[in-house]
Write a new protein. Structure first.
Length: 143
């Protein structure tokens, strides 16, 4: 990565920044004096912390659980957490709750013939429209 091109400094001074996933490059200057520096902003977690998280997630996996993130309204936070806690239990109540919510979300399966029924409900049914087109040969084209 290269630093930003130095622009002429005004009396008030100027700064330029470039940010990547792991570094922040800053160039500040005034009156012909410039300071360039790099700041490491990458992964600050140590190896022991990474290993602890990896072990925790593997233990969850052995229990048949997984961590994931959901987006929702702030007011629903406690509801979603309690719902997830109930679903994570391996009980008959959790299975019944899972089935009820799945049925509620899925709704009715689509019925066949829905388009045909909609066309039959059309106000143009029985209007005796003449939809035939006259047959024409077209025009001659010189290529």
């Amino acid at each position: 990565m290269s630093l930003p091109v130095r622009a002429p400094a005004s009396k008030a001074g100027c700064c330029a920044m470039i940010k990547t996933d792991t570094h922040l490059a800053v160039a500040c200057g005034t009156d012909g004096f410039w300071v360039y520096y790099w700041k490491y902003i990458g992964d600050r977690m140590g190896n022991s912390q990474k290993r602890a998280i990896q072990n925790y997630r593997s233990r969850l996996g052995k229990r048949g659980l997984a961590r994931f993130e959901v987006l929702g309204r702030d007011a629903d936070r406690d509801l979603i957490r309690s719902f997830a806690r109930r679903l994570s239990e391996n009980t008959a109540e959790a299975s019944a709750l899972r089935a009820a919510v799945s049925k509620s979300i899925a709704g009715e399966p689509p019925r066949s013939g829905g388009i045909l029924a909609a066309l039959r409900r059309s106000p143009l049914v029985g209007a005796d429209l003449d939809l035939s087109r006259p047959r024409e040969k077209g025009r001659k084209v010189d290529l």
